[in-house]
Design a protein around this ligand. Structure first.
Ligand code: HEM
Length: 399
């Protein structure tokens, strides 16, 4: 067997993780990572891992090596973040049930007219200027403003918060430097402080929004603690915009690079819903999820010990020809099976914001394509993140 190493720090990786994934799927689909833990690259293994009820998502169940145990000792308690993403049942079940009431398909669909207005306003500004940064003017502010309005947050300094949450989500990368860890710690303190103030403000100014509903649950005492409240707000806020920005930004960039696909979608709005699934599969805005073993497990003959971090390479699963056929490495907005992607994960932690993200993506991408049939990419810059991979800037000419 060829010896292969998965090294996301290699030059060119962020431009093209796909060739690395393809090599791993073929030669070492169950791979022991140099940094500890394992990574799974094939669709079937990723899908089974995400849905396995015997696995945990709570990082405290990982056996750490000395170096990381030291980092945890230094940052651990302050960084301890009790969001549902890192919580097992029964706490996960209790909190997810409370929050999910605000994310039913009907509640989300009711946001469509508001989202259309926000998108059209952004497109009007772009049309007037003739050039635009699609990320800075549409892909980032749209999901940010939508989740802020849903939560009922006051107007805020968007750029400041964008910097903080950017530093925080860097910790989702499989490898992170000590400097990045410190930056994330400070950013988290700042964001936490800001959200703490917002929660107190909202207690005095209740309204018809998610934050008020969550505060009511917390004030009843036995359903949600103050720390749980703060951490769920933090998760919704960060997950609400840090992921969808990559779907919209990278999605538009990919369509502009595949003019035949852009034309197919532009000419047939009935494809909007299926096409957004294909873009989710193709772009995989969250490239990795994870689980932690509590007992020994075996995957394709490889024994993974208890208390081990196992990474699910969602992007790799989404490009697996064993699942999506010989055209898996092609963008096809008419693909019938696109909806089987694992871009939103699977199982009990399946993305709570999936319908919202799809709606935002459909409206933003569909309207952009139809408004600017001659849009051309002038320049773009990756955000350098391995997990929440996306563009920091996408300069286009729309004239
Ligand atoms: C394109 C955009 C998005 C992508 C690709 C995405 C992806 C994901 C993934 C991969 C997971 C983990 C699933 C697992 O491990 O099985 C997740 C969980 C989650 N997402 Fe999203 N997400 C997106 C947008 C959103 C939005 C807009 C929100 C909220 C407003 C949101 C809120 C959440 C929450 C709360 C969880 C935790 C669910 C749980 O642990 O039970 N996400 N998402």
């Amino acid at each position: 067997m060829t010896a292969v190493f998965f090294n996301p720090l290699q030059d060119g990786y962020v431009d093209d993780p796909w060739s690395h994934f393809s090599e791993m799927r073929e030669h070492e689909p169950v791979h022991q990572l140099a940094i500890g833990g394992y990574s799974l690259f094939r669709y079937d293994d990723v899908f089974a891992l995400l849905r396995d009820p015997e696995l945990s998502v709570d990082d405290r169940n990982i056996d750490l090596d000395d170096e990381r145990a030291q980092l945890r000792a230094e940052f651990g308690e302050q960084m301890e973040f009790e969001s549902i993403l890192g919580m097992d049942p029964p706490d996960h079940t209790r909190l997810r049930r409370l929050i999910s009431k605000a994310f039913t398909p009907r509640t989300i669909e009711a946001l469509r007219p508001r989202i259309e207005t926000m998108v059209d306003d952004a497109l009007d500004r772009m049309a007037e200027a003739g050039t635009a940064d699609v990320v800075g003017e549409l892909a980032f502010p749209l999901p940010f403003d939508v989740i802020s309005e849903m939560l009922g947050l006051p107007e805020a300094d968007k750029n400041q918060i964008r910097d903080w949450s950017g530093a925080i989500v860097k910790t989702l990368d499989p490898i992170i430097s000590e400097e990045e860890m410190r930056a994330a710690f400070h950013a988290n303190q700042n964001l936490d402080g800001y959200l703490g103030e917002v929660i107190e403000w909202k207690r005095q100014n209740p309204a018809d929004d998610i934050l008020t509903a969550m505060i009511e649950a917390e004030e009843e005492g036995d359903r949600m603690s103050p720390k749980e409240l703060r951490d769920q707000v933090n998760l919704l806020f960060v997950a609400g915009h840090e992921t969808t920005v990559n779907l919209i930004g990278t999605g538009i960039s990919e369509l502009l690079e595949h003019p035949d696909q852009a034309a197919t979608l532009r000419n047939d709005p009935s494809l909007d819903s299926a096409a957004i699934d294909e873009l989710l599969r193709w772009v995989s805005p969250v490239q990795f999820s994870r689980r932690i073993t509590l007992a020994e497990i075996e995957v394709r003959g490889v024994t993974i010990p208890p208390h081990t971090f196992v990474q699910a390479a969602l992007g790799s699963a989404n490009h697996d020809p064993d699942k999506f056929g010989p055209t898996a490495e092609q963008l096809d907005v008419t693909r019938a099976a696109a909806g089987q992607h694992v871009a939103f994960g699977s199982g009990i932690h399946y993305c709570l914001g999936a319908s919202l993200a799809k709606l935002e993506g459909q409206v933003a991408i569909g309207r952009f394509l139809r408004r600017f049939p001659d849009a051309r990419v002038e320049d773009s810059r990756w955000n350098g993140r391995i997990n929440l991979r996306g563009l920091d800037e996408l300069k286009v000419s729309v004239a």
